[in-house]
Design a protein around this ligand. Structure first.
Ligand SMILES: [Zn+2]
Length: 459
């Protein structure tokens, strides 16, 4: 009998496929179409992609891995997807808070940017942003800022996935005198990162109210020529909407639609002041939305109608927005928690935006918002191996009755233990493997002194 058993084990071992990695965990949250939640699960990975996610016993039978990561007291989940950031602004974290948006921009951010934002600033700021994002479980970020080629280099060096676009804006910026310069820069940026395994280059006009109609049309045309997504801000504040109605007799959504800006892959950030007609347009054009609850609350912008958006089936992801004044950190665990709670307050209904829906926004629905749902957002065979483990051995993690409730309402970014992007381990035991944390933090303190000095004498 024993002999027969050994024989079958041998056959099983010989028949096993090779894998680069097997990760095992107490729970595997797949976020696949069936929303499979696997007890004592495992994920097999090869060549940067997921081979299978299933019961540990099953996976062990089918695959023989060169490397393993066993987390018997952790959740394995898809890497979190941040759909709207300005990563390099991390060096302005806390520069000025609790101010009206216009005052914050005009008195602090614009002068601070004009005097400090250089390629070196953007490199260290993005490194700092990537470090914080990775340590709190974010594996993909959609970003728009200046010197976006440097953002892309820093993201690749960290090993993170980025959907990145150079901000195109109708006044002189730190790296472009005119929108025409920014468009020309974007054209070469699109060519340089075309087919990159980690970077999806994008076209990123800042907003309707900061660009001419001609620039916006040129942005759309450029994006479509390169098959690139277009990222922009939309209807963040009531003032933006009031001004558009006064000037054009149209909401910003209607105006952008009339200009043809939504004729192609698009992701808009905020969409706070959108009415039913606007939502119908966004739905008809397949526009993805980055919901930024921390930012909308901190700047008192308003509450995006997320419950309605989800009911309409819109692709809504989550974003922390910029870390300087509008948030001030990059923690998607916080955004999930706040997104769920903000909708409950706004609708006065605790059933609004349940935990599972919030987790979906941080994963597969966020992937849809970026038009990347075939590649990322869930743990399924064939998808990119972007995954995280979250420890369950801390006071805020026990007892566990419902995995989604725990993920959204109890667990924190600092509970993330391991992070993999594209099959490469970037964080292990909550320690970064690709970024030098001590060096990055020292640089951030250095920049603080420089920024402070540059603002001296400001009114
Ligand atoms: Zn923003």
């Amino acid at each position: 009998m024993r002999l027969i058993c050994s024989f079958f084990l041998l056959v099983a071992a010989l028949g096993a496929e090779t894998a680069d990695w097997i990760w095992t965990g107490r729970y595997v949250v797949t976020m696949d179409a069936q929303r499979r939640l696997i007890d004592n699960g495992a994920v097999a990975i090869r060549g940067g992609r997921i081979l299978a996610a299933g019961a540990q016993a099953d996976i062990e039978k089918r695959y023989q891995a060169r490397q393993r990561l066993d987390r018997p007291d952790a959740i394995l989940a898809p890497g979190l997807i941040s759909t709207h950031t300005h990563a390099a602004m991390s060096l302005f974290r806390g520069i000025a808070d609790d101010l009206r948006l216009q005052e914050w921009l005009e008195r602090y951010i614009f002068p601070a940017e004009a005097r400090n934002v250089t390629p070196d600033f953007v490199r260290w700021g993005t490194r700092l942003g990537c470090l914080e994002m990775l340590l709190s479980g974010t594996t993909t970020f959609a970003d728009m800022y200046y010197f976006e080629d440097v953002v892309a280099e820093a993201a690749k060096e960290a090993g993170m996935r980025g959907v990145l676009g150079e901000t195109i804006i109708g006044f002189p910026s730190p790296d472009a005198k005119t929108p025409r310069d920014a468009l020309a820069f974007t054209e070469s940026f699109l060519a340089r990162f075309h087919d990159d395994p980690l970077i999806v280059p994008a076209v990123a006009p800042h907003a309707l109210y900061t660009n001419s109609d001609e620039t916006l049309k040129a942005c759309r045309a450029l994006a479509n020529r390169h098959g690139a997504p277009l990222l922009m801000h939309l209807s963040e504040t009531r003032r933006e909407n009031d001004e558009s109605l006064a000037k054009r007799k149209m909401t910003p959504t209607q105006a952008l639609d009339a200009l043809g800006v939504f004729n192609g892959r698009t992701l808009v950030a905020h969409a706070v002041w959108v009415d039913e007609a606007d939502l119908a347009i966004l739905k008809a054009r397949g526009v993805g939305i980055a919901h930024c609850p921390s930012s909308n609350m901190k700047l008192a912008s308003g509450v995006a109608p997320v419950v309605r958006m989800l009911a309409l089936g819109l692709a809504v992801g989550l974003g922390p927005d910029g870390p300087a004044g509008s948030n001030n950190d990059f923690n998607l665990f916080e955004e999930m928690d706040l997104a769920a709670k903000l909708q409950k307050v706004a609708t006065r209904d605790p059933r609004s935006l349940p935990a599972e829906a919030a987790f979906e926004m941080a994963t597969i629905r966020g992937a849809r918002a970026l038009g990347m749902e075939k590649e990322i957002g869930s743990l399924e065979p064939g998808k990119r191996a972007d995954l995280i483990s979250i420890r369950l051995d801390r006071p805020n993690a026990v007892p566990l009755y419902n995995v989604y409730s725990q993920l959204v309402y109890a667990l924190k970014g600092c509970d993330v233990e391991d992070v993999m992007v594209n099959g490469r381990l970037l964080v292990k035991d909550a320690r970064p493997l690709t970024l030098n944390a001590a060096q990055i933090e020292a640089k951030a303190r250095e920049y603080r002194a420089q920024v402070q000095k540059s603002l001296r004498g400001m009114p």
